[in-house]
Ligand binder design. Sequence first.
Ligand code: SAM
Length: 318
Amino acid sequence: MAVEYLRISLTDRCNLNCVYCTPLEKQGFLPHGDLLRHEELTRAAAAFVRAGVKKIRLTGGEPLLKKNILELVRLLRAIPGLQELALTTNGLLLGDLAGGLRAAGLDSVNISLDSLALATFREITGSDGLDKVLDAITKALAAGFAGVKLNVVLMKGINDGEAADFARLSVDRPLEVRFIEFFPANERSDRLKDALFTTAETVKKIEQALGPLTQVPAAAGGGPARVYSLAGARGKIGFISGRSDYFCGSCNRVRMDCTGKVYPCLFSPATHDLREPLRGGADDAALTGYIKKIFAVKADYKKDSASAGHIEMSSLGG
Ligand code: SAM
């Protein structure tokens, strides 16, 4: 499968403390000098595009904590050949930035939200910012993005009772609500391993409450989500079933963290480092060649997520 999708984690910092994501013992943040600067990120991203990447998603940590994010979006959007620039955020800072991000050239935005109830939102994230996230959803829809999606992780006994409430959000607005299967990734989320709430269980809850889901044909390059809609709905409902459905065979993505380490697979070791050639004077052709070599070994890392080791989603971005 050709690699066409790059996820860049812009920062290891986050303004939430989610029960299944933030490490139990955060070691402190990376020194500023370790992080790629805007020009380095842009040069690296352009090299990925020359090597075949068509879509880039900015993630984190919380990507909207990155300094001068609007300038960075403008720089990345100007890369010749890049077809789509997207961002995944927890939404806390998005309300004020949605219009500016759109104007800077961001094409689409995914907002992570796991509860519509204040007490549960607080229990999961450690924050009282639910209203800010709800407001950000409205502002993102008004800003004219090509796509606005909600990322929802349901966990048994915590927020699984909200499956239908989330699905209902797709009825009146052109919003895609995506249910992402929880997977134990680090020591903290290991403690919640019995909380897996599968796609099949989610579908059952939604259909019991709101009627049948009809499958929508998958868009080209649409990734691992299976997408459905409720009768008469303006939006859609997607499912990403990393635990119950093995989708390595259709994976077209690689990841780069905020220090320039490249991960051919979410579960691969961090053995590829772009910062060295970037700071060592490599020219554009050499960077592209280095990236093509990483793409060539991607297949070696394919692995069932259930048997993988620990991954820090809070810094790598999922
Ligand atoms: N801060 C941004 C946000 O909240 O969207 C971007 C980074 S966050 C790590 C990206 C996504 O990873 C979120 O939608 C989050 O729910 C998801 N995530 C983190 N840990 C996860 C886990 N153990 N299982 C499933 N999804 C996870």
